[in-house]
Design a protein around this ligand. Structure first.
Ligand code: THU
Length: 134
């Protein structure tokens, strides 16, 4: 699967975002070593702290389905409501970086995209150096 295809999956995931409070809709697509892609969106709550991020929705869905090894993640997010373009790059929050680091290798690519053509690529290690482990 290409990076462009995974970004497209992230935009499809973003369509399901439930963000009536922040209006900031996020989509994530996580490619497993098995080849399966898990989509995730943010799911907000009237009790704001109960909100779940798109990245962890995708990660936990995949892990709950038995996946343990991952190849790449693409993330798209922003206030714009057009289907396949957003204003800026939506970087994963600190809690999502930590959650991803539990399963994803330090050199795994993390893509933040504004469109299928306009994206930036990092590694897990770049986004979370010296990650906490037990
Ligand atoms: N959000 C994500 O989905 N992923 C992140 O990494 C950061 C923030 C969501 C949570 C909330 O619904 C909205 O973006 C604004 O914070």
């Amino acid at each position: 699967m290409t990076k462009q295809e995974l970004i497209k999956e992230a935009f499809l995931a973003r369509k399901q975002a439930y963000a009536p409070y922040s209006k900031f809709k996020v989509g994530a697509a996580l490619l497993c070593e098995s080849g399966t892609v898990f989509r995730g969106c943010n799911v907000e709550n009237a009790s704001y702290g109960a909100t779940m991020c798109a990245e962890r929705t995708a990660l936990f869905s995949a892990v709950a389905a038995g996946e343990r090894k991952f190849e790449m993640i693409a993330i798209v997010g922003g206030n714009e409501f057009e289907f396949n373009e957003v204003n800026g790059y939506a970087y994963p929050c600190g809690m999502c970086r930590q959650a991803l680091s539990e399963f994803c290798k330090p050199d795994m690519p993390v893509i933040v995209a504004r469109s299928e053509e306009d994206y930036k690529e990092f590694t897990m290690k770049e986004l979370l150096p010296e990650a906490f482990t037990l």
